[in-house]
Design a protein. Structure first.
Length: 122
């Protein structure tokens, strides 16, 4: 498996009935590309991404991915188009679709995906 320059934490930070505070996670972060699983809801997980820079091109053969921006500006590149997501905007990338995310400025987003997904792709 390739070595990626991202800090990806798959441990679940919060259980049921625990307060989730994205601002606290953001304040403690020191990495330019950071993902943390916040909680699990049924068979899905909610992750926070605090990112600046770009992720590599990849796809997920069996899993959809939902990206929702809280602050900043996130580009979701597909092979034939790009979504520019500002605060309170999101998009679902269906399984099997090659994509990458990138942000020119620090961006905080939520991602909802299958809890078994491999974030770096299949």
């Amino acid at each position: 498996m390739p070595d990626f320059p991202y800090e990806t934490r798959l441990d679940v930070l919060h259980g049921p009935l625990e307060l989730v505070d994205v601002n606290a996670v953001d304040a403690a972060n020191t990495h330019p590309w950071f993902n943390q699983t916040l909680c699990v809801v049924n068979d899905a997980c909610v992750r926070v991404g605090i990112v600046q820079g770009e992720y590599h091109w990849h796809k997920h053969d069996e899993d959809d991915e939902f990206f929702f921006v809280l602050s900043g500006l996130l580009y979701v590149d597909l092979e034939d188009k790009t979504f520019a997501l500002g605060p309170n905007q999101g998009v679902t990338v269906p399984k099997g679709v090659v994509h990458r995310t990138r942000a020119d400025v620090k961006t905080v987003m939520l991602m909802v995906e299958n809890k078994g997904i491999v974030p770096t792709g299949d």
